[in-house]
Design a protein around this ligand. Structure first.
Ligand code: 7TS
Length: 420
């Protein structure tokens, strides 16, 4: 059998035709404030390829019906498309079975689901939940809520000056009381790529289950769950070039089976009476009510699109943008980059000395350059670096070196306007 790694390496070495890829994304071909759009807010949400738009249109125009209940043609087609999306997500992650894929509203809901079900069933007063100092609020607050309910304690592995959590620090914060370790694969605020497989190994050795927040990695890295070794993995449809309002929680079947339901309602039950209700098998136990059918189908189309492009090739191309961008932006006087991790993606969290990040973003917008300014829903890491906010440029595989140049020129204009 061919070696998967060598195939990936060979694929990654094929040239990346960025103009052909851009042509798949209609939103990229527009003028904003008289300039060709430079979309550098991909960590917030990514643009959608035609394949996704077509899948949504097809569902609403041809196959619009509820799922898992109607025997008529449209109901059958909708159910088949929805379940096919689940199998696509399974393949995208390298999960063992489709029933390990739970559709949620997104990463946020996936993490809340695990906290509210696995967490509530398994954590007691005095137990510990280990997070890192660079988590998104979505991977902090659900655990704080769980801690409030159970008496468990949230512990934090701290971040060094480069924007990394060192292994010694991670291990120091683990203890025999750690029941859950939950951490981001890639930081949305710094771009740091965390050694999640190694952390998972250490957390497992301490007896904890591991949730990986893959919101920022699923769009940028090939994901192989078996290589990560984690127990739960969450990502959002809208960041992987799919629709908003849909996402995935992957969990090991034996864990999902043992977990109590999340929400009650239609589809999640086997039978209901006022005396006794029994629950459906996984994953349906966690998908109460009519789900975001179109969203799941659109997400399936996005993941198929990514598989066709090849995530290894996309990642290799983005790595080139990441090094080019880091060099280009570091050369700008008066511009400081927060987060200098050795392993990082094309996320640039910038501080222009003397200028408020929102002003930076506003000036860039006049040039047609879309970036995000703020704390990026990661206030603890902003506090760690002593800044209230940054201006963040986050790239995807459809961005170009030319667009990085436009960003650099935009930042020079900011400095001219504010004379700093
Ligand atoms: N985890 C990480 C690491 C994220 O970056 C985000 C969203 C989430 C969780 C939550 O995802 P959601 O789809 O459920 O909202 N991050 C961002 C961002 O960086 N800018 O806007 C949203």
């Amino acid at each position: 059998m061919a070696n998967v790694v060598s195939i990936a390496a060979a694929a990654a070495s094929l040239p990346w035709d960025v103009e052909a890829v851009r042509a798949d994304f209609p939103a990229l071909a527009q003028l904003v404030n008289g300039h060709p759009l430079v979309y550098l807010d991909n960590a917030a949400t990514a643009q959608k390829p035609r394949a996704v738009l077509a899948a949504l249109e097809n569902y609403y125009q041809r196959d619009c019906a509820n799922i898992h209940r109607s025997v008529h043609q449209l109901g059958e087609r909708a159910t088949e498309a929805y379940e096919r999306a689940r199998r696509t997500a399974q393949a995208f992650l390298g999960a063992a079975e489709p029933r390990e894929i739970v559709f949620t509203r997104g990463t946020t809901e996936a993490i809340n689901l695990v906290a509210a079900t696995y967490g509530a069933a398994n954590l007691r007063a005095g137990d510990e939940i280990l997070l890192t100092g660079m988590e998104h609020h979505s991977n902090i607050v659900p655990w704080q809520l769980l801690a409030e309910r159970t008496g468990a304690r949230v512990k934090v592995a701290q971040v060094n000056d480069r924007g990394e959590v060192e292994m010694e620090e991670f291990e120091r914060q683990l203890s025999p009381r750690t029941r859950i370790a939950a951490f981001g694969h890639i930081s949305n605020a710094l771009g740091t790529v965390n050694p999640v497989a190694e952390w998972t190994e250490r957390a497992h050795a301490a007896g904890a289950v591991v949730l990986v927040d893959g919101a920022q990695s699923a769009p940028h890295l090939p994901i192989h769950l078996s290589a990560l070794g984690c127990d739960f993995f969450a990502f959002s449809g809208h960041k992987v070039f799919g629709p908003t309002g849909i996402g995935v929680l992957w969990g090991r079947a034996e864990l999902l089976e043992a977990m109590p339901p999340y929400q009650g309602g239609g589809d999640m039950i086997a039978s209901v009476s006022f005396e006794r209700t029994t629950y459906n098998r996984i994953p349906y136990k966690f998908e109460a009510g009519t789900p975001h059918i179109a969203g799941a189908i659109g997400l399936g189309a996005a993941l198929e699109y990514l598989q066709t492009l090849g995530m290894a090739r996309a990642a290799a191309y983005e790595q080139d943008l990441a090094s080019y961008g880091a060099e280009r932006l570091a050369a700008l006087p008066g511009v400081r980059m927060i987060g200098q991790a050795r392993e990082r993606t094309a996320v640039f969290s910038l501080v222009v000395e003397g200028v408020h990040p929102h002003d930076v973003a506003t000036v860039l917008d006049t040039e047609g350059i879309a970036v995000r300014a703020g704390h990026h829903c990661a206030q603890p890491i902003m506090d760690r670096f002593g800044v209230p906010a940054t201006t963040r440029a986050s790239l995807a595989f459809y961005n170009t070196r030319g667009e990085v140049d436009r960003l650099a020129e935009g930042l020079e204009k900011v400095r001219r306007i504010f004379q700093c």
